[in-house]
Design a protein around this ligand. Structure first.
Ligand code: IVH
Length: 675
């Protein structure tokens, strides 16, 4: 066996896992995404050549395995209990008094993560099982899903070089960050799926999926706060209190609570108070603070009731509301022309975040609240991020001090007369070329849900539009450096970066482009489904409503939306304009396409040195387009190396391995771009 190769493989797995720990658990990336990707690709290559080396803790093994039909049941080795709740200081002081009678005055406090309890089992350091709480005695086996959570290590290690326990069972919480929750819901709405009510439901829903590849995309997080079983710690003694527990868990590579406190009751109360005020500034939902007896011997002595341990209490946060005043109502226009009323509030601090605006949803929502400018309102931050007006204190209304909200009779952006739908729910601007709507479409086009153009954000694109640099999305691809430099605060470097990013997006896959068009109901998933049946934009443009409807996942509404979009002359003109500026809408997967006879088809290729006529990424895109696989490192598996100016060690290595090395010109000739 190739011993050194295998050892290299082992250290690459360990290295990648350490980088993942730095990134996902410590939130302190130690290398760039590109460097990580390149190492990851090297690992994939090694595993492709030596499947016999494959380790269960390899980062490539997080997602995989077949779809499950159901979850099997697991009996917990130690029951998973819940906690007694405290809703005010009286309840908590009562708890502290009881503890004091037991001779305990040292406590630990952590945030109470609003997620789903899980139990993880590690045998000889390897994650072998993940389970839900279930009824506390019996839970469900969700190992495949738990493996997809990046902050959960697949193998424990000790940074300090101490022993890893032979058997370790830990308890913790799986949750979703608010940011992830918001983007997930946006994706779901784009796909016409019901949004989740809050991050907790989203996390629970994601953990209970039978297809772990979907769980992986949900990007869950985890935190561990308890040890249920510890055996065979070797030279290491099991932690004796919560502070030691945090240290040991962190040393083993497990994610420990971000915010911690240990000390006397007063210190725990201060910790609670400070997080009660700051909770919305956290990146995730916390619904209270858990206060626990610090040392484990005392815990053991006190034991549990049938439902909960006697040594801990969950001090819940109170719902956060504040009184403020409605200063005005702004009507924001959407891509589709709906005017959404937004309440402008006298700024008020709720849970560490200053709230200035609150959505009123739609015309009907505004009417339902029966609100007037100048009214005192109660604003609430619920589990989600968007604050709501829960109540209008109309009893405080003085006749002369308030005035009704003016419903715009004309669109604030284009002055066309607005229309109310029959059900009197939505107010709309009917003008398809309303600059307000175009602005929103542009914003969407460049956003994360659209073409996701790096370095060209929503604000910048709005700025281009307002300065008259562009009139539609296609115009972006006509912009030159001079245009950019004519703007205020536009430096040379920034201009180059923007042009480079746009250049890269000139080759765009059909699903990505479709999604960026913002056709109602056509998000990534539907766009990909469409591509399975229509290989090119032209084919899709020609498709009849019947053809569209015959596809699974496309009902009459989506088929209608697509037809309406393509039938609109303005949209056909826009598509033509994209083409004329060199935007090529290409198939996502060139391997399944027509170019199997291409000399680059399925060839492993690498670029090195400075290319003269194109950037590295353009070259890679061209190669990928022809069916080649772009890889990161030179090895015997490499088929072709393309060198530019100042090519160094990679070229030398490839030559010494007898791999074909060609110049940029030869590469372009291969592609048929020059002859
Ligand atoms: S200690 C016997 N610490 O809250 C259970 N629980 O409502 C000991 N939770 O079942 C749990 N954050 O799922 C503990 N920092 C934390 C927690 C926490 C969230 C959950 C846990 C528990 C539930 C009780």
């Amino acid at each position: 066996m190739n011993q050194t190769g295998f050892q290299k493989y082992l250290s690459l797995v360990a290295e990648l896992n350490q980088h993942a720990y730095d990134y996902y658990t410590l939130d302190q990336p130690s290398i760039s995404d590109a460097e990580y990707d390149s190492l990851y690709r090297q690992l994939e290559e090694m595993e492709a050549v030596h499947p016999e080396w494959l380790l269960p803790e390899s980062p490539t093994q997080r997602v995989g395995g077949a779809l499950q039909e159901r979850f099997s049941q697991i009996k917990h080795s130690v029951p998973m209990l819940s906690l007694q709740n405290a809703y005010d200081k009286g309840d908590v002081n009562h708890f502290f008094d009881k503890m004091s009678k037991e001779g305990v005055d040292q406590f630990a406090a952590e945030l109470k993560y609003d997620g789903l309890a899980v139990s993880l089992r590690y045998e000889q350091g390897v994650l072998v099982r993940g389970a839900t709480r279930g009824d506390g005695e019996i839970g469900e086996d969700i190992t495949a899903n738990v493996r997809t959570i990046r902050s959960i290590p697949l193998r424990l290690r000790s940074l300090q070089g101490s022993a890893v326990p032979e058997l370790l069972e830990v308890r913790g919480e799986v949750y979703m960050t608010r940011k992830r929750f918001i983007s997930l819901n946006q994706e779901r709405e784009m796909e016409g799926e019901a949004p989740f009510a809050n991050p907790r439901n989203a996390a629970a829903g994601s953990l209970k999926l039978l297809d772990s590849s979907i769980t992986a995309r949900r990007k869950l997080d985890a935190v561990i706060y308890q040890i249920a079983l510890w055996e065979g710690g070797g030279n290491r003694i099991a932690p004796a209190n919560q502070v030691e527990l945090w240290e040991v868990l962190a040393d083993l590579g497990l994610p420990v609570p971000h915010e911690r406190c240990s000390g006397l009751p007063e210190q725990c109360l201060t910790f609670y108070q400070s997080w009660q005020e700051q909770r919305y500034a956290l990146p995730f939902d916390a619904d209270g603070v858990v206060i626990k007896v610090g040392d484990f011997a005392s815990r053991e002595r006190m034991g549990s009731t049938a439902k909960s341990p006697r040594w801990a209490i969950a001090f819940k946060f109170s719902a956060q509301t504040a009184l403020t005043r409605l200063e005005g109502v702004e009507f924001q226009i959407s891509r589709s022309g709906v005017l959404t009323p937004v309440a402008l509030l006298t700024p008020v601090n709720i849970g560490g975040v200053v709230v200035k605006k609150s959505t009123l949803h739609n015309y009907a929502g505004l009417k339902r609240l029966d609100i007037q400018i100048g009214d005192v309102v109660e604003v609430k931050r619920a589990g989600d991020v968007i604050p709501k007006i829960v109540r209008v204190l109309s009893e405080k209304r003085e006749d002369s001090s308030t005035k009704p909200v003016a419903i715009p009779s004309h669109c604030p952006a284009c002055a066309q007369a607005t229309e109310l739908d029959e059900e009197k729910v939505f107010l709309r601007c009917p003008n398809p070329v309303c600059p307000g709507r175009i602005r929103e479409r542009l914003r969407f086009f460049v956003s994360k849900d659209g073409l996701d153009i790096e370095g060209l954000g929503e604000e910048l694109v709005v700025h281009f539009f307002e300065k008259g640099l562009i009139r539609d999305a296609a115009d972006l691809f006509r912009i030159n450096k001079e245009d950019l430099l004519s703007l205020d605060r536009m430096g040379d470097k920034l201009a180059d970066n923007i042009l480079e990013a746009l250049q890269q997006r000139k080759r765009v896959t059909l699903p990505l482009f479709l999604r960026a068009m913002g056709i109602p109901g056509i998000g990534s998933v539907t766009a990909k489904d469409l591509e399975k049946n229509f290989k090119t934009m032209d084919e899709l443009q020609q498709a009849t409503e019947e053809q569209l409807q015959s596809l699974s996942g496309i009902g009459p509404v989506l088929a209608g939306n697509l037809r309406t979009f393509f039938q609109d002359q303005a949209n056909s003109d826009l598509l033509e304009k994209f083409r004329s500026y060199g935007v090529a809408i290409v198939a996502s997967n060139p391997l399944s396409g027509e170019n199997q006879n291409h000399p680059l088809y399925q060839k492993k290729i690498i670029f090195t040195g400075t290319l003269g006529t194109m950037s590295r990424s353009q070259a890679e895109a061209k190669a990928a387009q022809a069916g080649a696989l772009v890889i990161g490192a030179v090895s015997r598996q490499l088929d072709l190396l393309v060198y530019g100016d100042k090519a160094g060690s990679k070229l030398e290595k490839a030559q010494s391995l007898g791999i074909s090395c060609i110049s940029e010109t030869e590469f372009l000739t291969l592609l048929g771009e020059i002859n």
